[in-house]
Design a protein around this ligand. Structure first.
Ligand SMILES: *Cc1c(COP(=O)(O)O)cnc(C)c1O
Length: 463
């Protein structure tokens, strides 16, 4: 399991980690509102409070590690997206970022739709009462059973991802006596990540049907012929953690090109275009995400301009933000355990969780920040690496961070912006129990996903 060749391995003291941690921040007690949930602040004693509750109380009541989710912040972000896109567009929250029944109810109440990409996510959505017609079903390898359940439930759309699936969904819909609304997911030859996009050769991936070589046009041809399908539009999702809108510009241009070809060939103007999700959030103070209203304005302008040029009626736009809604709303609360200063290198700060509750650092080299939250400190900054308790040297939560030099076992530290892709990608590695998700609001805390127990583990292990 050792990953000694990992580039994040020990370095010499005079070679500080490259990037924004090269100098310690001026005030380690400050909480940058860009990366913390909206209601986070410090009380008069310096203890961090969120949703009106301090983290010491939360740790006592719910234990650590725990994901602490600011419900008011979640609702505000969901509402901001909804409002920004208005009534002529749809916002589908991407459930894979984090899904629970409470979240489904909040989304329903705030007027958002929901993307699911497995039978499990579909079951969660339906059991929390999300109307099926507001659910979109995604995936590159949906099983026959999943498709049947989705069609039978009456989901608003299934996003078709392959030629085989076009036939399969049509067949299942017909056998159930239904006509299923579908979109076709295309790959536009653009992949966007963070501050750049690459406009070559990104048909080379498992999702979607390439526009290149006329494959997507052929998929449309086939879908239009099948009685079990009602083709309502084209779908494109270009990447993740995107700040730069130019990737969407290229994608919209190419998708509208297909809509135009479809109109010319079939005399059909498809009524919808889905531009996917992938909008970035601030994980550290260096990230500057755009506001939903700026994104809505930019995307609407791009699509309208392209459609005007192609003399097409502007289709109804939909978007699918996941991370941008839930990511900033939660932080992971950990208790500090072993502290190991390595002379001339850095100090390893071990917490009571790790890669099982946040795999993103190990998986994507993701950057996070961290703060001491159970008190303030005036001690000198110390170069730290926050690591977990797993039997794996790549078990890193925050690669490079400054924490106060007087940090001690029992202190509480928190890693902000862990609302997306942390609980949803959590594992039981080393039989470590997955943390709860605790929603806080107006001075009250409520467990929305409970902590796993050893009984849960043993229940699955049937001997
Ligand atoms: C993952 C995904 C999203 C959400 O991505 P975020 O980066 O969380 O916004 C939206 N649509 C599709 C099809 C996806 O696969």
């Amino acid at each position: 399991m050792s990953r000694s060749a990992h580039p994040a391995g020990p370095r010499h003291a005079d070679v500080l980690p490259e990037g924004h941690y090269a100098a310690p921040p001026t005030d380690l007690n400050a909480l940058d509102s860009k990366v913390w949930a909206q209601t986070v602040t410090r009380d008069a004693d310096g203890v961090v409070i969120v949703g009106g509750i301090d983290v010491k109380t939360l740790a006592e009541q719910h234990g650590t590690p725990a994901y602490i989710l600011d419900e008011a912040d979640f609702r505000a972000r969901a509402r901001a997206w909804r409002t920004a896109f208005g009534h002529d567009a749809d916002v589908f929250y991407a459930g894979k970022a984090f899904l629970s029944r409470a979240v489904v109810r909040w989304l329903d109440e705030e007027g958002l739709n929901l993307d699911v990409c497995s039978g499990g996510e579909l079951a969660t959505a339906l059991s929390a009462g999300m109307p099926a017609e507001r659910i979109a079903f995604h995936g590159n390898n949906k099983s026959g059973d999943e498709i049947e359940r989705a069609v039978a439930a009456g989901v608003g759309r299934i996003v078709l991802d392959s030629f085989q699936e076009i036939v399969r969904v049509a067949h299942i819909a017909q056998s159930l006596g239904k006509r299923q609304r579908v979109q076709i997911r295309v790959t536009v030859g653009v992949e966007a990540h963070t501050h750049e996009f690459i406009a070559t050769a990104h048909e080379d991936q498992k999702f979607g049907i390439p526009l290149a070589g006329g494959q997507a046009a052929e998929a449309v041809r086939r879908a239009l012929q099948l009685d079990g399908l009602e083709l309502i539009g084209i779908h494109s999702h270009i990447g993740s953690q995107i700040f730069d809108m130019s990737g969407f510009e290229v994608a919209a241009h190419r998708v509208v090109g297909l809509l135009k070809d479809v109109r010319d060939e079939h005399g059909v103007e498809l009524p919808e275009i889905d531009l996917g999700g992938g909008l970035g959030i601030a994980y550290t103070s260096d990230d500057d995400p755009r506001e939903p209203h700026e994104i809505a304005k930019a995307l609407t302008e791009i699509v309208t301009r392209e459609c005007d040029a192609a003399k097409l009626r502007t289709p109804r736009i939909s978007v699918e933000p996941g991370r941008a809604i839930v990511g900033p709303t939660a932080f992971t609360l950990y208790e500090v355990g072993t502290i190991k200063p390595l002379d001339g290198l850095r100090t390893y700060v071990s917490v009571d969780g790790g890669m099982s509750d946040n795999i993103r650092t190990a998986l994507y080299d993701a950057e996070y920040s961290v703060a001491l939250v159970s008190r303030t400190s005036e001690a000198e900054p110390m170069l730290a690496r926050v690591v977990g308790k797993h039997c794996e040297s790549g078990d890193i939560v925050v690669k490079d961070a400054f924490l106060p030099g007087d940090l001690a076992p029992g202190d509480l530290i928190a890693v902000p912006a862990t609302g997306a892709y942390c609980r949803s990608m959590a594992s039981n590695y080393n039989h470590v129990l997955r943390p709860p998700v605790v929603a806080v609001n107006d001075g009250e805390s409520r467990v929305i996903v409970r902590r796993e127990t050893e009984e849960d583990l043993l229940r699955l292990d049937v001997g």
